[in-house]
Each structure stands twice: as C-alpha cells, then as structure tokens.
Design a protein around this ligand. Structure first.
Ligand code: SF4
Length: 633
C-alpha cells in the first residue's frame, strides 16, 4: 500500500481559558491518514472540531491561542511538522499543504488585483522566476481553474467577481505553490447549488490531474458523497466513524452517522417523516461523560455509554478492514430500526379551494448607487410575479441568492412596498390599507426568519417575547391570550416548560428557532411565511424543525410560504413549488410534477446540481456535467 502523505496521530487541541482550572479540549484523540492523491471528507456539525483539525495540520493552533497535546504527532511525507520552525512551516503552507476557506472575499485582499495576488503566491513559493514567467504562470493557473478570459481577469479586483469566481481564484492561488495536499474548509457553503457543483467538479478534476490529495471539510454529508474516496465523521471533538465512502453511505455503523443520513430529506419521495436527532451538539466545555453522543443517542444504555468514551476500533478483520467506529454497542445495535415513521403532513396534503393570497404582476425595483458619473442604477429584484395561494396550502419558493425570493415574500406581507402590482390577502388589497389597518392585518400574516438569534430581542425573557405582539395590538389578557396560552405554545413547539422565564441566549440555535415559531403563532395567524428557517441550523437539528412545521400545518391548517435554496427541504414540506430566477417566477407546479418533469431550464439546472447522499448517483451526475462542460469548451 502507498505510504501516507499525511499522518495525524492522537491529535489533541487544548485552550486554557482565563479563570478555568482545566483547559477546554475541543479536539481529542483524532488519528487519520491521507494517501497521495486521495480525497477524504471530514464531516461534522459546528463545534465538532473539524476546522481545528485542519488548523492543526497547518501549524496554526498556537496563533489562535491553543496548544497541541503532548502525544500529538503530525507528519507530512514522513517528516514531522511539529519539529519544524515557524520559518520552515511558512514553506510548508502553500508549498506542500494549501488551504481554502468558506468565504473567499475575506481571504482575498480587496485592494489588490486578482493577478497580483496569484503572483504574490508564486513569488513566495517559486522564487527565481522572472516577471514575464510569473505572469504567464498566473494566467495559466487562472485558466486551469476554468475562469473565463484569464488575461483580462488578471486586472480585476475581487469585488468585481462573483462568489464562485472568487473561490476559483482562491483555488488558483492555492495551486501556485504546487502543493501535495489541499485542505478545503467548507469551500462551497456560501455558494448556490449550481456554483457549488462547478467548484466541487473543479476540485475533483484538479485532484485527478495533479495527483493532489484533498481534505474536504463540510457539515453536509451530501457534498462528500460523490467526491471522496473515504469519509471521516467527527462528533464532539472526536472521530466517531471512518469508512470508504460507498461503505459509509450503504451501511453506516455509528448511530450518529446513521441518524445524520436519515435526517436528510430524500429527493425522490415525501411520504416519510424525517428522522430527527434529539437535542443539539454539545459545547466543548460541556461534553457529557462517557460517549459524547449518549444524550442524543437512541441506543444509549447505562453504564456502558455513560462511563468511558469508546475508542475508534477497526470493524471486522483488523488486518484487512479500513472501517472503524467509536461505538461501544456497535455489535448489538441495529441501525435499520431507525426507520422513519409515516409523515404526519407533508407535501400533497389537500388544501381547500379558497384563495387566501393573490399576487398579481408584482414588481419591486431598488435604486442603488451607480458607478462613476452615473448617479444611480435601478435593480429589478422582483419582476411581474403573479401567483395564488390557497388556504391550507404550503407553497415553496426556491431560487439562488439574488433571485428575488426573499423580496417577493416581504412584498407579499407589505413589509416592503411593491413598486407595482397588487397583493390581496383574504380579498383585501394590502396596497389600499392604511398603516394601522395593515399592522392589524399583519397579526394574521407572520414571518419566520433565517437567523433566530437576530430576530429575538436578547434583553427580553421568552415569555415577554411571545407576548409582545399581543401587547402591541392590545390583545394581551383577552380570551385565549394569557399566560396559559403561552405555556401551551411552549409545549406545542416542544421547548422545556421553564422556557418562558429564560433569555434567548440560554437556548441552542434549534431551540431559538422554536421560540421564533412560537412567537409567530401567538396571534393565531392564518399565513406563515418562513424565509430559509433552517439554513442557519445544524443538519441534525433541521429535521426536527421541519417535522414541527409539518405538524403545525396539520394541527392548525396553516397556509405557508416556505422559502429555501435547498430543493430537498421544499420537496418534503410543500404542495407546490415556484422557481425564481433573476426576479421572475419561471415555473410554478405541483411538487410531484416539478420533480418528475421540470419544464424550465433553470429548474432542471437546480435539480441536477442539488447534491444527494448517494455516491453512485453523484458520480453519474458529475460525469454528465463533465460531458456537458467538455462539449461546450
Ligand atoms: S456508545 Fe452508546 S451512546 Fe455512544 S453511539 Fe454507541 S450506543 Fe450510542
């Protein structure tokens, strides 16, 4: 077998916080190898320790105030990285191991032209080249990452490029030192699905062409499915499963991996309720005794799961096996028993024929500052959209960032004034209402936002937050709008009974979104507009919120608009789906029809780019995309 390129043994990262007797250990006992040219996925939720693992390989832990454990060893091509001086590590970074991050805009220098930034990396790692050679190589690198007109791009500034182009520039800079290993830390999280697919295809192509090993760090198991040879799963600062990619998806052995895979809404069916993982990932300073997953694990038993953390052990024949898992009960448990229950109410549940919201030829134009001598320009965010929403229906609105979906939602509630067109709610033209009438009507039209932390007042206790809309409208204390009603709401959204007396910061992200949902329900609205309500949540928490929304729709007959960029989410929850593209509603169909037979080219493009947690399907899709791109080059 080929010798490993990277060997990490017993990685431990510790931070000593002022006033604490013991250091906090966000990463413990992590060991893994990466072979030359191998693509490995490192998957975990926020706080799992995956980014710290990458920073440890780059020798950057001391720079952020941490230190490595005494038993930790990290070697590259057989040489210990921990024995190198900072000066030597500067050569390693970029020259042997390069790294790209989630947000290329903050990694690129905004005042330097793109070409200059690539040349700076060349000057550092390939000294001895003259200016002409440097420029030629820089142009060639931009060409290798498939940026159009690379000669012209040399003179562009980062702000003149799209997000996907900026990430390609970062990859070109990373390649300048001709590294053996590229660490890509959530490189596509900020990108739309179609751009994401292009960047992953590029990394795959470069990996094969240059025999470049890639460590892809992500929270999304769908992304690594078609990209990697092997997957490492982290939870609570430890590796909990390691397996060849196909084996992991076909037969996950750790309960956390199994639950994560089952919590991803499938693209091909809707009849099952999503499997949810109870609770949320632990904070590094508050990890439980025993197995770190035991508070959330449906198979946990005392004392075996609550005393010692199980080590990562090989499965089957240790000599030939490349699979390992850290579960003390791996030989006893049956992950197939985690089968999902039938859905309570998901896509396809009948709505009645009464139209609750009617939008006609709605447009919204924004005036933005122009360039140079031009005073301002007009941007059309929503362009002539018409649609109807029936009572009890859940309408999904999908589209890439900037497609106009959130602006459309805000115009539907008249949170922002449309430039033209009308919105009727229950027969009333919202444009014809006065401020007070509109405010009163908004009690029936509530909105849930993406980031619950910024939509909840941190100075108010939850009870006050929930009662606030009722107080503003003078309804607090009237029939059904009292303390008991709030307690019922808290129970309905499955929060602890003492939640009303606590502050928002005392809750996890998923719990805060439950508070936001409870607040939206206090006045018993008939329309709920959810704008990317689960995008900011950990994967394991998303499905419980989606199940909650499905339950609320069933219980109250709520009409909903559900905005998302993830097609699997709208597939699960919505009766019909509208696709927005450049401000226009380009397709509006029943969920079944849209997935079975998309009509508009942009819908087809979105569906083809939506990652699915199935290695074989993802590989077929990449081959198909590659053939299309090859034909067009
Ligand atoms: S050791 Fe116990 S708690 Fe941990 S994953 Fe296995 S069964 Fe669950």
């Amino acid at each position: 077998m080929t010798a490993p390129l990277l060997e990490v043994r017993d990685l431990q990262v510790a931070f000593q916080r002022r006033g604490d007797a013991e250091p906090v250990m966000p990463v413990t006992d992590v060991s893994f190898d990466i072979r030359p040219g191998e693509r490995v996925g490192l998957v975990g939720e926020s706080g799992s320790g995956k980014s710290l693992t990458a920073l440890a390989v780059m020798g950057l832990i001391p720079r952020i105030g941490g230190e490595l454990g005494p038993r930790t060893s990290i070697s590259l091509s057989g040489e210990s990285l921990l024995a190198k001086s900072e000066r030597e590590m500067r050569w390693v970074r970029g020259g042997q191991v390069a790294m790209i991050f989630q947000d290329p805009l903050s990694s690129l220098n905004p005042v330097l032209k793109t070409g200059r930034q690539v040349i700076e990396a060349l000057e550092l790692h390939r000294p001895g080249l003259d200016k002409r050679q440097m420029r030629d190589i820089a142009v060639d690198l931009l060409d290798q990452v498939h940026l159009p007109r690379p000669e012209r791009l040399m003179d562009s500034y980062p702000h003149e490029l799209s997000g996907g182009m900026r990430q390609r520039v970062m990859i070109a800079i990373a390649l300048a030192g001709d590294p053996d290993l590229l660490i890509a830390d959530e490189p596509t999280t900020a990108l739309d699905v179609t751009i994401q697919a292009g960047v992953l295809d590029l990394l795959h192509e470069l990996g094969e062409a240059r025999d470049l090993a890639v460590l892809l760090i992500t929270h999304d198991l769908s992304i690594v499915a078609g990209f990697t040879h092997r997957v490492l799963v982290m939870y609570g600062g430890r590796l909990v499963e390691r397996a060849p990619t196909r084996d992991l998806y076909a037969d996950p052995r750790h309960p956390y991996t199994g639950l994560l895979l089952r919590s991803i809404p499938p693209l091909d069916r809707t009849e099952e309720r999503l499997v949810a993982i109870a609770g949320s990932p632990p904070e590094p300073a508050a990890r439980p005794d025993g197995c770190g997953f035991n508070p959330r694990c449906p198979f946990a038993v005392e004392p075996v799961c609550t005393t010692e953390h199980p080590p990562l052990v090989m499965l089957g024949d240790p000599a030939g096996s490349s699979r390992a898992t850290a579960c003390a009960r791996v030989d006893e448990i049956d992950l197939a028993s985690l089968a999902p229950a039938p859905a309570a109410a998901t896509a396809g549940t009948a709505a009645d024929d009464v139209v609750l919201v009617k939008v006609e030829r709605l447009s919204k134009t924004f005036k933005i500052k122009g360039e140079g001598l031009v005073g301002h320009e007009l941007i059309t965010a929503v362009d002539g959209v018409s649609l109807e929403l029936r009572r009890g229906e859940v309408l999904g609105i999908v589209g890439e960032s900037g497609s106009g979906k959130s602006t459309l939602a805000r115009c539907m509630l008249h949170l922002i004034e449309p430039s033209s067109g009308t919105v009727r709610f229950d027969g009333q033209d919202l444009g014809g209402l006065g401020v007070r009438q509109l405010r009163r009507l908004r009690l029936q039209m509530q909105m849930i936002f993406q980031d619950p932390a910024s939509s909840l007042d941190p100075r108010m206790r939850v009870g006050r937050i929930l009662a606030e809309p009722l107080r503003i409208h003078g309804l607090w204390g009237t029939s059904g709008h009292d303390e008991q009603a709030l307690r019922d709401l808290i129970e309905l959204v499955q929060l602890p009974p003492d939640s009303l007396s606590r502050f928002p910061h005392e809750f996890s992200g998923g719990q805060r979104q439950r508070i936001a949902i409870a607040r939206s329900l206090t006045a018993r609205p008939s329309l709920l507009v959810c704008d990317e309500p689960v995008s900011a949540l950990d994967v394991s928490v998303r499905s419980s919120i989606l199940n909650l929304l499905a339950d609320l729709r069933e219980e109250f007959g709520l009409t909903m608009v559900f905005i998302a960029h993830d097609l699997s989410l709208v597939r699960y929850l919505c009766d019909r789906i509208g696709v927005m593209h450049r401000g226009r509603l380009v397709e509006l169909r029943s969920t079944e029809d849209l997935f079975a037979d998309p009509v508009h080219a942009h819908t087809t493009e979105l569906l083809a780019a939506q990652p699915v947690p199935d290695p074989a399907t993802e590989q077929q899709r990449r081959a198909h995309r590659r053939s299309l791109v090859g034909a067009s080059r």
